[in-house]
Design a protein around this ligand. Structure first.
Ligand code: 1HN
Length: 361
């Protein structure tokens, strides 16, 4: 293109802008820059448990009452709006006897207890969900939730929400309940078990998308141990999805929770995908290498793997390492935007053969 043409074109660009119009050619630079995929949204980053814990303790002094807000510290990526562009992870502390009052919002959220106990309860749409250490409790989109610490110690849990996604789509709604606590069901446990178990009321509508649920850690750990000897995924090791108990699909419509076991010394293969993920180290020590950045982790550290960044895991400890993580794969899949390199690895391995086939081999 000649200089004369381009200066004429530049004038036209200004004219178009004044008319609230834009020529497609303006997008050329953007399109050229994404040949081969996007620049990752955010950078690889790690938050040390001891640093965050100290700040949580301090927040108890600076904010002596948790009544007006949540005493939650969100992990902010130096180069993204939240922990990733779609997900916010943070930690929340409640002192003995405290209640974080009831409210609801269109952000889907989940709680993973770090220092919990039988007296730590999140009530979700009237259902009291106990949060023992490492239990997962869902507070899906637009469900009422309040947290109560009836233990004699400070409690800490992970909060993970799809804030970036909900704000990006401009659909945040929020409503305080108006009282500290919401009324509770008289049949704790039964209501959920009767609707998420093997036998369900035939006359009721199915409530799948925002079904409150608790995944007790003892069940998770038992299954992880049982499957610890399997080959698993070359990229993530023995990795289990927290399935929605009603649909068998993702944990919530936008977010999926995973727990993965890496054997001592195990190093996974590197890959990248269009989804982003936040991680919490339950047990073990190791390194996650993300686009050349080494994130060295130990128990209760948290870290982030931004989307489209190449990463692999190394367990440097002599024990099985266990990582809890939350990703936005369901969002990407729902929009047909989930890509993975060098290959699609999710849900691709054949179902284990029946024993007769094994004999015939
Ligand atoms: C929220 O409502 C909670 O309910 C925790 O415990 C963290 C971070 C941002 C916005 C809302 C909670 C949150 C949050």
């Amino acid at each position: 293109m000649s200089t004369a043409e381009s200066s004429e074109l530049r004038e036209f660009d200004v004219e178009l802008e004044a008319a609230n119009l834009r020529g497609q050619w303006i997008y050329d630079d953007m399109l050229e820059s994404v040949v081969g995929g996007p620049k990752p949204a955010g950078v690889p980053f790690l938050w040390r448990w001891h640093d965050v814990y100290a700040k949580l303790l301090k927040s108890c002094d600076v904010m002596p009452e948790s009544l007006t807000a949540r005493r939650n510290l969100s992990f902010i990526n130096p180069d993204a709006r939240g922990t990733t562009h779609t997900i916010n992870m943070g930690m929340q502390m409640l002192k003995p006897g405290e209640i974080a009052y009831a409210h609801r919002h269109t952000m889907a959220a989940l709680r993973f207890a770090i220092q919990g106990g039988p007296g730590l309860v999140t009530v979700v749409d009237g259902e009291p969900c106990q949060m023992d250490t490492y239990d997962l409790v869902l507070t899906p989109r637009w469900t009422w939730h309040d947290h109560e610490n009836a233990t004699s110690e400070n409690v800490v849990w992970l909060d993970v929400l799809d804030i970036g996604l909900v704000l990006g789509l401009n659909v945040p709604f929020y409503e305080p309940y108006g009282e500290m606590r919401q009324p509770q069901r008289e049949d704790p446990g039964e209501h959920l078990a009767d609707r998420g178990g093997m036998l369900r009321p035939a006359w009721e509508q199915v409530k799948a998308a925002n079904f409150p649920y608790r995944y007790p850690w003892r069940d998770v750990e038992r299954q992880l141990q049982r499957m610890a000897g399997l080959a698993g995924s070359p990229y993530d090791g023995v990795v289990l999805r927290y399935a929605n108990p009603v649909t068998g699909g993702s944990t919530m419509p936008t977010l999926d929770c995973w727990v993965q076991l890496l054997r001592p010394g195990q190093q996974t293969e590197a890959h990248r995908h269009t989804s982003s993920a936040v991680y919490f180290v339950v047990r073990g020590e190791g390194t996650t290498v993300v686009d050349g950045v080494e994130l060295d982790w130990g128990p209760h550290d948290s870290f982030v793997v931004p989307n489209w960044s190449t990463h692999h895991f190394v367990n440097r400890s002599a024990e099985n390492a266990l990582l809890f993580s939350v990703n936005d794969i369901p969002t990407l899949k729902a929009l047909d935007l989930y890509y993975e390199e060098p290959e699609l690895s999710l849900g691709t391995q054949p179902f284990p053969p029946v024993p007769a086939n094994l004999r015939a081999r």
